[in-house]
Design a protein around this ligand. Structure first.
Ligand SMILES: [Fe+2]
Length: 293
């Protein structure tokens, strides 16, 4: 591990300890934010499927997570387990089956939540030649790929890796972009990615300070400067990395940028993405958002 990565790791540990204290306080809120939260939040990044990655470990836990999502205003979820770099197709087939089983379980429990299939893909060059790449898009829409960067990857390298995907017509979404920025000056690199057509996703937990003050400031700057395109939970469980921050982040965003922009980040843009549309196609927004009400 190089020196920079080591320093970042230590800082991250300190930030997470600080964030854990905030999380303790948010747990006491029992998932209800102080103000009314929109009942139509669409979460495009979470690990709710049981037993497939480092997210939910069991059907029971997935059901707890689904309940918590509903309590926090989320009606639509795109489950995005970590797609492994090898044997992707087998993983895809397995994930689809688990999604179907989870849908049945939520219906049996009368949990009124819509589930869609997606993946969180660790970006590497082998993706570009994967003949099944379209399967790994969100809601299999053939367009949007939720991508995370391997730890330590620079934004410049990310740009090189995203470029061929854009040439092939895909729209990459950089997951929890704030994690890859170690200083506010690095934010200046982001407009190049956005100009390339990459969308930027911010984690709700970062916006409410659970990942530390530095990450919170970066996340807020991204929202304030119109660089963020969507906010998602990246929930892995119902306790430590949960859906609780979504309602809190919704309130924070409303205070930062107002109601209209907040709806874009939590509802409208995610709905367009699920439908495989560009964010400029708002007027063509059809079923998914309506179904959520
Ligand atoms: Fe994730």
């Amino acid at each position: 591990m190089d020196r920079k990565a080591e320093v970042l790791n230590k800082e991250e540990i300190l930030e997470r300890e600080e964030g854990a204290k905030i999380l303790d306080r948010t747990e006491n809120l029992n998932g209800n934010s102080s103000e009314k939260v929109s009942p139509a939040i669409i979460d495009l990044h979470c690990h709710i499927l049981p037993g497939i990655d480092d997210g939910s470990r069991s059907n029971e836990q997935s059901l707890e997570m689904a309940k918590q999502a509903l309590e926090n205003g989320i009606r639509t979820i795109c489950a995005t387990p970590h797609l492994p770099p090898k044997d992707r197709d087998n993983f895809y087939q397995r994930a689809k089956l688990i999604l179907k089983e989870t849908e049945i379980l939520t219906k049996e429990q009368n949990l009124n939540i819509q589930l869609y299939m997606g993946f969180e893909i660790s970006l590497d060059y082998s993706l570009i030649t994967d003949k099944n790449l379209s399967n790994y898009t969100l809601n299999q829409n053939g367009k949007h790929l939720l991508c995370e960067l391997p730890f330590g990857t620079s934004l410049k390298l990310a740009e090189k890796m995203f470029y061929p995907l854009r040439l092939d017509g895909y729209i990459p979404i950089l997951a929890h972009v704030e994690r890859f920025i170690s200083s506010e000056s690095e934010i200046k690199e982001l407009p190049k990615l956005v100009d390339l057509g990459v969308l930027l996703q911010v984690n709700a937990a970062s916006l409410v300070g659970i990942a530390g003050n530095r990450t919170k400031k970066i996340a807020e700057t991204l929202v304030n400067s119109n660089l963020a395109h969507l906010v998602a939970s990246d929930a892995h469980d119902q306790k430590v990395r949960s859906y609780l921050p979504m309602a809190l982040a919704y309130d924070s965003c409303r205070r930062l940028v107002g109601e209209e922009k907040t709806q874009e980040l939590f509802e409208i843009n995610p709905a367009l993405i699920l439908e495989g549309k560009t964010l400029e196609e708002k007027e063509q927004l059809a079923g998914i958002k309506k179904e959520s009400f």
